[in-house]
Structure formats: C-alpha cells, structure tokens
Design a protein around this ligand. Sequence first.
Ligand SMILES: NC(=O)C1=CN([C@@H]2O[C@H](COP(=O)(O)OP(=O)(O)OC[C@H]3O[C@@H](n4cnc5c(N)ncnc54)[C@H](OP(=O)(O)O)[C@@H]3O)[C@@H](O)[C@H]2O)[C@@H](O)CC1
Ligand SMILES: [K+]
Length: 667
Amino acid sequence: MVDQDSSTDRLMNSAYEAGIIRSLEAPLLDEGQPLMQEAAQAVAVNAWLMLSQAGLDPQNSRIVLLAGGGNNGGDGLYAGARLAAIGADVTAVATSSDVLDEAAQTFVQAGGILLALSSDADIPSSDAPSSPQEVAERIDEAVELAQAADLVIDAMTGIGLTGALRGIPETLASQLSAHMSGETEEVNTGEGSTAQAHNPLILAVDIPSGVGVDDGSLPGPYLPADVTVTFGAMKPCLLLPPAAYACGHIVLVDFGFDVDEVQASVEAMSASRCSHLLRVPEREDSKYTRGVVGLVTGSENFPGAAVLSTRACASCGVGMVRYLGPERPSEHVLAALPEAVLGPGRVEAWVLGSGVAAAGSSKQQDSQRSTIAQILEAHGSWPHQGSQAHETEDSLPMVVDAGALDLLPAEGLGPKVVLTPHAGELAALLQDLGEDVTASDIAAEPVRWATRTWELTGATVLLKGAITLVVGDGQGQDPAVYTTGFGPAWLSTAGSGDVLAGLEGALLASQSTLLADDPRKAIQLAAAGAYIHAYAANLASHSQDRAWRQPLLFNPDQGKDFIEEANRAWQAGSRSVESMGPLGHPIHAADIIDQLERAQGLLLALPFQSDPATDEPASADGDDDWAAEPDEDNMSSTESADSSQASNEPTHHLSPAALVAIESLWF
Ligand SMILES: NC(=O)C1=CN([C@@H]2O[C@H](COP(=O)(O)OP(=O)(O)OC[C@H]3O[C@@H](n4cnc5c(N)ncnc54)[C@H](OP(=O)(O)O)[C@@H]3O)[C@@H](O)[C@H]2O)[C@@H](O)CC1
Ligand SMILES: [K+]
C-alpha cells in the first residue's frame, strides 16, 4: 500500500502548504544549515544546465534576474553572484523597494549589475528612479533586457507571496508572459517578413511568481517557467492544475527535511504507489473472490460505451464482468467480450452511467436510467449518523459517471462512491446542489470545486483533466487530494472516459476486501486507475508528452550524476528546454484498452527492479525506451540509462572546460 512509500517517494510526490514548509525549515536553520546558500547553488547549477542544453555557453550568456525583497530574491541574488563569478553577464532587476543587503553586496562584488525600479528603492549600487517617468522608463528597460536575455531567473516571490501579484512584479509578469505567448507584436525583420520573437529560457526560483502557492490557482499575472527549482519539499502549486502547468520541469532540492510528522495536503500518484495498489491473485482465489463488476453503461444511442467500459474492465484483473443493458448494446458487448455475463446477479462493485444520456439531453429517455436509479437506491445509500456517513450492509463500491451523475441522491454518499465527472459534468452536478458555478470556474479552481463536491456529497470525486484530481476522505476533517498527470495530451479522445470508468470499477471490485477495511482507500484506488489509464495511453501513443512529471531530486552531494539526469529528463519532457520530446502519434479509446494489461504488468514488475532510479515504469518497446526507465528485463536503471544514450545521444556533451566551470558552481 501507499503507506509503504520510501522516504524518497514521499518527498517527490507529496506537497505541503507554505506554513508547513516553514516549520520544516526552522529546525535546520536553527542548526545553522546554510539553506539559502544551498538553494542558490542549486539555482546556479540548473541555470548553467539550461543554458548549456540550449546550446549556449553559460560563461558568455546574458542573464536577467528578477529579484524581490524577500528570501526568494536573496536566493536569486546569491545564485546570480555565482553565475556572474564564472563570467556570465548578469543584471538583477530589483522589483521591491529593498533587497536582502548581504545578498546584494555579494552579487555586486561578483560583477553583477543591479537596477532599481521602485521610486522608493534603497538598493546598493543603484539609485532609485527620481520621477514617475523614470520609473516607467526603467520598467521598459527591464522588460527589454529580459526579453533579449538568454535566461531569466524569476526570484520575485516565493512562498511569501500573498494573493495576486501587485505593483512592479505584476507589470513585469504580465508584459513578459504576453511577450512569450506571442501576444505582443512580432519582430519585423525589415525585409517585409516577420520573425518569431526571441524567448528567453525561464527558471523559477522555488515557485513561478504569481501562482497560488497552496491552491494551485492563477489569481493574476504569472511567469510560466521552463524549469522550477524548488526547495526542501514540493508545494501544492507544483502538483495542482492550473498552476502546475506553469512550472515546467521541476527540480526538488533535498535539504533533508523530516516529513514523517507532517501532513501532506496534495499527493501525486506514482508508479510505485500504483503498483502497490494492484491486487495480485492468490492460489486459492476463484473468479468470485477476484471480484465481479456490474456495469450499467452504454445504451441504444451509445452502444460503443458499453463495449469500451466492459472491455477495459475485463482487462484490469477482475474475476468476472457482468453487463446490464438493452438488447443492442448487450449484443455488441458479447461480440467484443465473449466472457461477459449478461443480466443481474452477484456484484462487488458497480460502474454506472458511461454512455447513458443525462436528463434534459435531446436523446430519447434512456431506459438504462431506471436501472441505475434502482441500483443507486439499493446500494448507494450511506445514511448519516451524526455528521459521518456509514456503510450499510447493502452499500457497494461504485463508479458514477456521465448519465448517472444527476441520479445521485443529494447527499450522504460515502468514499466508496467514486464520481468521475469532467468539468462540464461537475458544473451541472454542483448547480443541482445549489452552487453558482460554471465549467470554466471549475477549470480555474479545480481543487476548490472538487473539494466542495466532496463536502456536499461525501463521495470520492475524480475530476478528469490533463492533470486529474481525486478528492475524498482524508485523515480527520481534511480531505485527501491526489493528482495524476502521467498521460499525453492524446488521451483526451472520445470513449477515453468510458475506458476509465470500466477500469476504475475493476480496481474497486478487486480490492473490495481492502475497501471494506478502510473505505478511504477508494481515493488511492481511483487515482491509481487514472494513472494506469494514462500509462496505457503512453504505451499506445509512444509519446513522451506528459501533463506532469515527477521532480528530479537535486542533492547537494549528488555531484555530476545530476547533470546527465537533467539533460536526459529535460530532453524527454513535453516542455523540454530546447527540443520537444517525441510526441508519438494519435490514439483512439480502444488503443488504450489494448495496452491496459501490459501497463499493469510493467507496474507489477516495478518493485522487482534492482534500482528504479526514476519512478516512471518502462515502455515495453526496447526501441522507444529512451527515457532511461527501468525496463521489463529487470535491467538496472544505470544500464538502461547507458543503452538509452546509445540510441538517443544527448545533444550537448560537456567539454572538460565546461565541467571545470560547473564544478566551481557546484562545490
Ligand atoms: N525560510 C527559509 O529558511 C528558506 C527560504 N528560502 C526562500 O525563501 C522564500 C520565502 O521567503 P520570504 O518568506 O521572505 O518571502 P518571499 O517568497 O521572498 O516573498 C516576499 C516578497 O514577495 C513580495 N510579495 C508578496 N506578495 C506579493 C504580491 N502579491 N505582489 C507583489 N509582491 C509580493 C513581498 O513584497 P512586500 O509585500 O514586502 O512589498 C516580498 O518582497 C522561499 O520561497 C524560498 O525561495 C530558501 O532560501 C531556503 C531557506
Ligand atoms: K519565484
């Protein structure tokens, strides 16, 4: 189970609110650990790597550092000092009225140039602008410098950010992000043609300035990063959409925090966590003890959804698939899945509503809905005792999707009821429950609205998206929140949700004994289902595109191994620094089903890998296993890394001179 996490797994996949991060830092600071210097070193090394991977010479590069008045700015200034000391041309733009004095002195002594923007600035070596006009001119100058730079280091605000960016940081973030997204004028080459504007690389210090640290929202302008170097532990904004999409590749600097006694507020599902949630059959198992899933999915109008959900379910380790539906979808199910059993009978978990038209749709009234209503009434009730929902003898785990969502009882569901809406369906459900919310509100603050749904219904809520969220019962009064962003963008295709519903039902049925002991495990199982779904899509599409990747761990003692790891990971990434990773090819829903069994096999093999250095399980195809993941043959990750290099050479090898330069940053 997830409880068996190694401490490294926990560190990489658990996020803590800003207040907890400060409580974890405090004892280390008391002991005199130089955290700001360790942070600065990591920023400098990663800046160096980003530049060199982009084919630039870090020692002759132009770097603009946006430095705020807090410790985040301090991290940036010390990093800037290290880069200036090896010869980079570094200008620090002070975005507040002051900056950390000692950091600024060190930066200037190393050869960095400071530029004050604020009219009341008290900054070493830079006079404050003397008029509003001069403030405006300096802001324009700073924006132009940043736009022309090779690298921008964003150290305006870290976890001390409150609310949306204001003042100078707001202006810089909005102008620079508009420039990068091409909203500003294109560059005229003077020969009647226009060229794409130059975009600097962006390295965010701790978090991209402007994102909602604890809730992953984007309350105003923000600066999206190519790489975010974060300190000590993950913050919720690095996992939660939409902010997580602005973080690029994440590097987590290991300060040695003791996270044993603190509660994570968000967890990412990982391959190793997922592999522990799969039930492996035992010798004494029968098809019944392995779990029977009953599906009331598909309809006269959408028979394909019945086929997709039952096929996916049968591919995910259950003893039997039982289908209930009208004649047309039933015939299709039997043709596609001869082992399916038709009609009512014993069931360990239900899948309800995929491919069933909701009320108010233009389709004719769906006969499946009366069956679903009966099942919800018989098995979905979790009468409340006090404030707690309690399981009755008849209550069963169930997945409630699409056309079953509006048949739910208004409240009093338990964690074993897993709702699987997309943003539009969740908006309709919440409107029925009296909330004034639209699908775009939900996309802007998904964790807020998934949590609200959990509060109102008591069910586990799986909100589908590029990063899928699962919110449900946690420890005490607080919800547990899991994320999964392991899939490629190809995954959003018709029928993909029907596949997910079927496989979620299989996990609930096969783990019904576990769920009876602890219904809260439904949250982890639901997140594991989303992970397997995404993984199968990765295998099917041969894509290296991921909505979210686990961070690279930067340990100050790790030495040069990190260089190779970062070069490899950033080249494989969907938003890699220089080149996109291979995008693979389109897939349709049945392709995902075809890879489900293989995906589970690879996950089950993971605990037997000798040295799983990355958490991503292998692609089963040797020839596309170039992201250096441990592969099927129990190859050690080191060997795997070597073989992947042979087939996919990193574009930039480090010269001996470059290695000497980076050593001066490192040690
Ligand atoms: N603690 C440690 O041991 C370690 C901490 N570390 C680092 O410290 C960081 C936390 O530092 P912190 O607490 O000083 O806050 P920080 O993120 O710099 O923000 C304050 C600045 O932001 C500004 N600002 C705030 N809101 C704003 C807004 N809405 N709009 C605009 N500006 C806004 C605020 O301006 P003010 O409100 O004062 O005008 C002030 O200038 C942490 O993220 C990590 O990087 C590492 O060195 C490792 C060791
Ligand atoms: K920052």
